[in-house]
Design a protein around this ligand. Structure first.
Ligand code: NAD
Length: 337
């Protein structure tokens, strides 16, 4: 029976890379019943809302979405797309794999996955100014919320991910030497969870500043990395940079009520409508979705075809140094399947 998935083509290059991704997944035999829905500027044009209820209702039904990049409308009165999705579906885990694909890059052997806590930490938005004397903005306070339950579920997610994907090690990244309470709770809770996986998955701890250096010096030493919201935000872009930038970086936002798969890059307004965008990141997001559905073998075939096309170097989009259009690149990937 086909699997229902909400498809949000997105704005800018979104529709073109989404249709390329759908073609590739279908050519690989994925049996998916797509439910196309709008969001971003397309949502504003159709419903006056960047994240329309019809789109949220569709994801509530399917619990799965493949999402193209969205333009967030500027101005008051619009709901923030990411906040609405995160809250509605409690998407607590942001998962970003980074894998060396492009030959001749600085690193040829990176294969790691960053699992970022997506709902707590310094990003809860609890902030205020503090008045001192006549100055109403003499100081500012941002409050980081870390809970035992939130820490436990994200670290457990990382370990379960490691088991499911036959990975060997989880590295927990923290700053508990300075932030003894919030980061300390995250670390202590992580250590307890790690004990349950002893003998099956190795566990190590790193302080975030040392981790940033180690990721540049020896990225091949890392496997699955788990960390809190702010550190995850920064390290995830760092690891995208290690493997050649955002053009081939997929991501997933996973929670108890749903999972949303997307490309990390944006709508690329400078090349939108030209037919030259690289669909690679969204295709890799589609592979993550197939794995989430238990279709690991099909995901591997799609990934091999995509990586094979890139490594061969004959049919490449502009961002990868070639002259191929989105359609030509897509055809080349399909020909390899
Ligand atoms: P961007 O990622 O859209 O573009 C940065 C550069 O990378 C551009 O030169 C672009 O042409 C290039 N690029 C990006 N994806 C590409 C692809 N698939 N193929 C070839 N080249 C590609 O970042 P930006 O310009 O900062 O943002 C543009 C818009 O996207 C903004 O409205 C922003 O809010 C939005 N955005 C959305 C998401 C999302 O929905 N997940 C993420 C980031 C940015």
């Amino acid at each position: 029976m086909s699997i229902p998935v909400t498809l949000i083509p997105g704005d800018g290059i979104g529709p073109s890379i989404s249709s390329a991704t759908v073609r590739i997944l279908e050519a690989a035999g994925a049996d998916i019943a797509w439910d196309p829905q709008v969001a971003g500027m397309a949502g504003v044009a159709k419903y006056g809302d960047p994240i329309p209820d019809a789109t949220l209702d569709s994801i509530k039904r399917t619990r799965l979405a493949l999402k193209g990049p969205l333009e967030t409308p500027v101005g008051e009165g619009f709901r923030s797309i990411n906040v609405a999705l995160r809250k509605t579906f409690d998407l607590y885990a942001n998962v970003r794999p980074a894998h060396s694909i492009i030959p001749g890059g600085r690193y040829s052997d990176i294969d790691l996955v960053l699992v970022r806590e997506n709902t707590e930490g310094l990003y809860t938005g609890i902030e205020h100014y503090v008045r001192v004397g006549e100055d109403p903005r003499a100081a500012a306070e941002s409050i980081a919320i870390v809970t035992r339950a939130g820490s436990e579920r994200i670290v457990r997610y990382a370990f379960e991910y490691a088991l499911r994907h036959h990975r060997k090690k989880v590295t927990l990244v923290h700053k508990a030497n300075i932030l003894k309470f919030s980061q300390g709770l995250f670390l202590d809770t992580g250590r307890l969870v790690a004990r349950e996986y002893e003998g099956r998955i190795q566990f190590e701890e790193r302080i975030v500043d040392a981790m940033a250096m180690n990721l540049v010096l020896h990225p091949e030493r890392f496997d699955v990395i788990v960390t809190t919201n702010l550190f995850g935000d920064i390290l995830s872009d760092q690891i995208s940079g290690l493997v050649g930038g955002l053009g081939l970086a997929p991501g997933a936002n996973v929670g108890l009520n749903g999972a949303i798969f997307e490309a990390v890059h944006g709508t690329a307004p400078d090349i939108a409508g030209k037919g030259i965008a690289n669909p690679g990141a969204l295709v890799l997001a589609g592979c993550m979705m197939l794995e989430h559905l238990g279709e690991g073998e099909r995901a591997r075939r799609v990934r091999d075809a995509l990586e094979g096309t890139i490594r061969e170097g004959k049919t490449l989009t502009h961002d990868l140094g070639g002259t191929a259009s989105t359609d030509e690149f897509t055809d080349a990937v399909i020909a390899r399947l």
